[in-house]
Design a protein around this ligand. Structure first.
Ligand code: NAD
Length: 507
């Protein structure tokens, strides 16, 4: 990717071929897109949820019908394999949309709540759309990380202006083209191409909320900019996800999971296995099985149907991978597999890499590598693994591997500070649309997916209604004489356990 004369020239990271050029949208282009989306929101936001569902299901149908074409575009820009583009990018987006088609009406329905003490009132809450949501997406899963938040926002009744990554703009454009090709509601999804400057214009454009997926650094900038106008944000940021392998784990499964979890999409996954902590009793067996499986991965061009993992996508990321490996080796780590670029295909290929003898003084154990690198650390016991797993500024996902499900679940639920956690599996939370997805600590804030995701894109309004229409209320002026004493009695009666028990004993 090169930017020249306000044009982004996209080059295939796998082959070096020119993919296409798109404009860098300026401030006025962004504002025009937001205006179109706002006009569309007037109709879209007022539609009954059922009608929105009907329309969006037709969009999903069209995405499925054009899947091969979408996969071609994704692969040309990312260099990933076709099977990974179809499974993790297109199918996950369709599955999320289908999930919302099934639950949106129920999740967004008004809800009665208890009026508490005030039994003479009705209390309920309603969900309504924000208006226009700005979606800013990254390049690693350019389709699902654009379509996912966009669909969620749309089901909730908002319209969307999408700013895809400058590395993968054509994938954003094909999504926009599909929405525009529908006979009606053509303007509910607008796409503006460009780099960080275009994203910054979108944050300042007056949109009603920003849904950002990308790096921690950019997330902080976006939050700072959004603070100027108090525009709310959802931030899905980076991760350094730990894998904990307990002594009683099924090592065949854990090794297979580690290899897939670390190397799928060439490791460019926010929730990939970025570091493994393995009990010393099973460490040797685990490492040996990981090496066997790593050697079997079919890396190649996306044009080859046998390819499992393709090239990396972004040159800057490849530089980070090399820097992390060099730092680790300089501090005593050993490379047991990979460790270098592959030059036989010509593009940004990096060999799946296994590192051992690693420690937390190394970048590869502390900063997001976002590449095909699996550092494995031997630990004495569960406590050491849990402590090291928690020694991170990130908290997106984690995985615990053990044959004792109860013990693994205890660690997952009670001992790991993370937005998502998996037992005897990894990366899978994202693919289950009913599970809220997001991080804690520097991995972000807010949730996409699940009911929480739909409500993240909805404004909640509390409504209180008087039931009896009396002339006044006990709580209004004039306060009755002796009111304080009466209130105090009520307080004691209702909330002091001793008083309640005394009353009960009188019965
Ligand atoms: P990035 O932060 O460089 O860019 C993401 C998007 O932000 C791009 O569209 C970019 O043009 C835009 N942008 C850049 N500067 C901006 C600014 N000042 N204002 C507004 N927009 C701006 O991230 P990336 O390199 O595209 O993606 C990789 C990162 O994304 C990794 O850190 C990865 O962990 C993270 N990620 C997180 C999730 C998640 O769900 N938590 C998912 C995938 C990727």
């Amino acid at each position: 990717m090169k930017i020249e004369d306000r044009q982004i020239h996209v080059v295939s990271p796998a082959t070096g071929e020119h993919v296409g050029s798109v404009p860098v949208a300026g401030e006025e282009d962004v504002r025009a897109a937001v205006r179109r989306a706002r006009i569309a929101a007037e109709t879209w936001g007022r539609l009954p949820v059922r009608e929105r569902v009907r329309h969006l299901e037709k969009v999903v149908d069209r995405i499925a019908a054009r899947a091969d074409e979408i996969v071609d575009v994704i692969c040309s820009e990312t260099g990933k394999s076709r099977v990974e583009a179809l499974s993790a990018d297109v199918i996950t987006a369709c599955d999320l949309a289908e999930y919302y088609a099934g639950v949106a009406e129920r999740v967004l329905a008004p809800r009665r709540v208890s009026p508490g003490l005030l039994k003479n009132k009705k209390a309920y809450k309603i969900y309504s759309p924000y208006g226009v949501i700005g979606v800013i997406s990254p390049w690693n899963y350019p389709f699902t990380l654009a379509a996912g938040p966009a669909f969620t926002a749309l089901y909730a009744g908002n319209t969307v202006v999408l700013k895809p990554s400058e590395v993968t703009p054509h994938t954003g454009l094909i999504l926009g083209e599909i929405f525009a090709s529908m006979g009606e509601h053509r303007d509910i999804l607008q796409v503006v191409t460009g780099d960080g400057s275009t994203g910054a214009h979108l944050v300042r454009s007056g949109v009603d909320k920003i849904a950002f997926t990308g790096s921690v650094g950019t997330g902080k900038k976006i939050m700072a900019t959004a603070a100027e106008t108090l525009t709310p944000v959802v931030l899905e940021l980076g991760g350094k996800d730990p894998m904990i392998v307990l002594a009683d784990a099924d090592i065949d499964r854990a090794a297979a999971g580690a290899v897939w979890g670390a190397f799928t999409n060439s490791g460019q996954v926010c929730m990939s296995v970025e570091r493994a902590y393995v009990n010393e009793r099973v460490y040797d067996e685990f490492v040996s099985k990981v090496l066997q499986r790593t050697a079997q991965i079919r890396q190649g061009l996306h044009t080859d149907p046998k390819t499992e993992i393709g090239s990396m996508t972004f040159r800057r990321q490849l530089d980070i991978v090399e820097a992390h490996i060099a730092d680790a080796v300089a501090k005593g780590a050993r490379i047991l597999a990979g460790g270098k670029r592959r030059t036989d295909f010509g593009g940004l290929f990096f060999e799946p890499t296994v590192l051992v003898d690693v420690n937390h003084g190394m970048l590869v154990m502390r900063e997001e590598t976002f590449g095909p690198v699996l550092p494995i650390m031997k630990v004495r016991d569960d406590e050491e693994a849990i402590r090291l797993a928690g020694d991170s500024v990130y908290g997106l996902n984690a995985s615990i591997w053990s044959r004792n499900e109860e013990r693994a679940r205890h660690i997952a639920e009670e001992r790991i500070d993370s937005g998502c956690v998996a037992v005897n599996d990894c990366l899978v939370n994202f693919a289950m649309p009913g599970l809220p997805f997001g991080g804690v600590k520097e991995s972000g804030m807010g949730r996409t997916h699940g009911k929480e995701g739909l409500r993240e894109f909805s404004k909640v309004k509390s409504v209180a209604v008087d039931r009896f229409g009396l002339r006044g209320e006990l709580t209004w002026f004039p306060y009755p004489r002796g009111g304080y004493g009466a209130l105090k009695k009520m307080l004691n009666l209702l909330y002091r356990k001793g008083a309640v028990n005394k009353l009960r004993s009188l019965r």
